[in-house]
Ligand binder design. Structure first.
Ligand SMILES: [Zn+2]
Length: 245
């Protein structure tokens, strides 16, 4: 198997310019295609694929429906839901999906971003590193856990540091693909800070790689999005020196 080294770079449009180093065996039948798309972790778009009616149901209605469906899944697996330990599981999972681990699907939950004038006229690069990333692979619904490193050069405004953590968390808390997560964070910061001079690097472990499939618990996946000044080699190297990756 030749599936380990995954280093993907993207250009400003979010197009991949790196290569996914994976086996290319034939597409024989849809089941194989489905598992191949999952194993390759291929993203199809920068926007999270959501339907137009995604938020017609209230959170309460969603929790009730997911609880019912998850109970069915456990039943199909043969679990005895009259057992005290399992009785509350469908409701716990449903609440966790809607209120916690996928709260970032709903634009109503987007953190309010306030920016401030760059009063000190700080003109150098600002780097916030080691930001916790807790996300979920949309191909297997298993955790993606890692760190994000963000750099920007102020174009007259600055952002509260904890807001960067909140932006990372908001985009992470949805079924995700790491490349898409990287670009979504970068695009949002570009808008908030009114600048193209943004770098986002994410280094994360995918439980779907460690717990199933190839079962490699050592590899991690690095994705990067550089735009504006970070496209210059010297600026990018300065950023990478700070995050020491
Ligand atoms: Zn996966």
């Amino acid at each position: 198997m030749n599936e380990k080294p995954i280093f993907i770079g993207m250009n400003g449009n979010g197009r991949m310019n790196g290569k996914l180093n994976v086996n290319h065996h034939g597409h024989n039948g849809s089941e194989e295609q489905i598992s191949e798309i999952g194993d390759m972790h291929v993203a199809t778009s920068i926007d999270t694929p959501l339907r137009k009616d995604a938020f017609d149901l209230s959170d309460t209605e969603k929790v009730a429906l997911i609880e019912e469906k998850f109970r069915d899944i456990l039943k199909i697996l043969g679990m005895d839901l009259t057992d005290d330990s399992l009785r509350g599981t469908p409701q716990r999972v449903a609440k966790m999906y809607v209120k916690e681990i996928f709260y970032g699907l709903n634009p109503a939950n987007k953190p309010a971003i306030s920016v401030f004038d760059n009063k000190f006229k700080y003109g150098e690069m600002l780097v916030e590193k080691e930001i916790q990333v807790q996300s979920f692979c949309e191909h297997h619904f298993l955790p993606i856990v890692g760190r994000a490193h963000v750099g920007y050069v102020s174009n007259g405004v600055v952002i509260g540091l904890s807001k960067i953590n909140r932006i990372v968390d908001y985009f992470a808390r949805r079924p995700q693909v790491q490349e898409r997560l990287t670009v979504q964070i970068a695009n949002d910061l570009k808008k908030a800070l009114n600048t193209d001079d943004i770098a986002v690097v994410i280094d994360a472990k995918h439980m779907c790689v460690s717990c199933r499939g190839i079962q490699d618990d050592h590899s991690s996946t690095v994705t990067a999005e550089y735009s504006g000044k970070f496209k210059d080699r010297a600026t990018r190297e300065e950023f990478l020196k700070y995050i020491r990756l």
